[in-house]
Design a protein around this ligand. Structure first.
Ligand code: 3PG
Length: 404
């Protein structure tokens, strides 16, 4: 982007593919981290006189307009963050988009409606995706890729569009890649990886890859119960991916053979039912041993003993990567595990001089929602699946398209 800026962008229509897939409660953005992260690129372009066309997806609409996934509330917030008006186009390549772009003056910014309202954006059919990319390309002169959270998607605006326009890498992607490289090359040891979240299946690839890199892997959240089951324990009503048990057993054996330490919860906070997150009513949590969760209880967070164990394995590490909450942090009765892990990362980076990275939409949102000071972490990634796939060593379509 610096090369692009020094060549001069005044008067040029610059398409910025951002990831503004922020969590919404109705019209309220509950965590605007992703919007804040892309403002340096947009501001720099606008200050240089570009006519900036920002575009993103939000949620997973089914290829047609759906008001609950409109980016309109995000346009408002983006305007506040940029300190300049953001004109909102109510479609992606239709009349509104064309008119809004045509009406842009130098240094002005517009946000297009959700790209996924058009079926061409996510289509598996190259021709359909290409046709949508052709229409998007007509709107702009130059492309800047800065939606790091979406670079693992082979989507029209991420993969096909940069091939149709002169293109550059934005500041956010540049920072993310620089940081994530530090987790794959010349890593400072001990290297601890903390994984949580609901599904083991989402993390299989990264565990597979990290078995070759990490010194210890800590497992919490919903996925921990499949690990506990693989060790022969009863998990009651807890989340379980039975079909993944053999894969997990294989990982545990390979980890042993390689001398990688797998750390699982020793106790869990459980309840008979999943809490009502809207009502936020108090529940009746009990702490039980992780090796025998009663049949009528569901594990919803790691327990106090596990929190201490996890914290000790994090605070003496030199590099820490964390992806996925330890429990249902959205309810105060089950937030302590996630809080303890976040706290341990800040201790590791501030007192221990460790390099700590929070990756993933949910864990990044948890850090902010639980009130942690973001500056106490080495880096908070805007990428969930993208940062995991980067660490898996995969080729990410949105990065490959920009390298060309
Ligand atoms: C994310 O939230 O990880 C990115 O915005 C990508 O969203 P997706 O998983 O719906 O493609």
């Amino acid at each position: 982007i610096d090369d692009l800026l020094s060549d001069g962008v005044a008067g040029k229509r610059v398409f910025v593919r951002a990831d503004l897939n922020v969590p919404l409660d109705g019209d309220t953005i509950t965590d605007d981290g992703r919007a804040r992260a892309v403002t340096p690129t947009i501001s720099k372009l606008a200050e240089a006189g570009a006519r900036v066309i920002v575009a993103s997806h939000l949620g997973r609409p089914k290829g047609a307009p759906d008001p609950q996934f409109s980016l309109a509330p995000v346009a408002k917030r983006l305007g506040e963050l940029l300190g300049r008006p953001v004109a909102f186009a109510t479609d992606t390549v239709g009349e509104s988009a064309r008119a809004t772009v045509a009406g842009l003056g130098d240094g002005e910014v517009t946000l297009l409606e959700n790209l996924r309202f058009n079926p061409g954006e996510t289509s598996k059919d190259d021709a359909e995706r290409g046709a949508f990319a052709d229409q998007l390309a007509e709107l702009a002169d130059v492309y800047v890729g800065d939606g790091f959270g979406a670079v693992h998607r082979k989507h029209a605006s991420v993969y096909d569009l940069p091939a149709r326009l002169p293109h550059a890498v934005g500041y956010l992607i540049e920072t993310e890649v620089t940081v994530l490289k530090k987790l794959t090359e010349d890593v400072k040891r001990p290297y601890a990886v903390v994984l949580g979240g609901a599904k083991v299946s989402d993390k299989l690839g990264v565990i597979d890859h990290l078995l070759e890199k990490a010194d210890r892997i800590l497992i919490g959240g919903g996925m921990a119960y499949t690990f506990l089951k693989a060790q022969g324990h009863e998990v009651g009503k807890s989340l379980l991916q039975e079909d993944q048990v053999p894969a997990v057993q294989d990982y545990l054996e390979r980890a042993k053979a390689r001398g990688v330490e797998f750390v699982l919860p020793t106790d869990v906070v459980a309840a008979p039912d999943f809490p009502d997150l809207k009502a936020q009513a108090p529940t009746n949590p009990v702490t039980v041993g992780a090796d025998a969760i009663p049949a009528d209880l569901e594990g919803l967070d790691i327990g106090p003993e596990s929190r201490k164990l996890f914290a000790s394995k994090i605070t003496d590490a030199a590099t820490v990567f964390w992806n996925g909450p330890m429990g249902v942090f959205e309810h105060p009765d089950y937030a302590e595990g996630t809080r303890a892990v976040a706290q341990a990362l800040t201790t590791a980076s501030t007192s221990g001089d460790a390099f700590t990275v929070v990756g993933g939409g949910d864990s990044a949102a948890a850090v902010r929602i639980l009130g942690f000071d973001e500056s106490k972490f080495g880096h908070i990634s805007t990428g969930g699946g993208a940062s995991l796939e980067y660490l898996e060593g995969k080729t990410l379509p949105g990065l490959a398209a920009l390298e060309d």
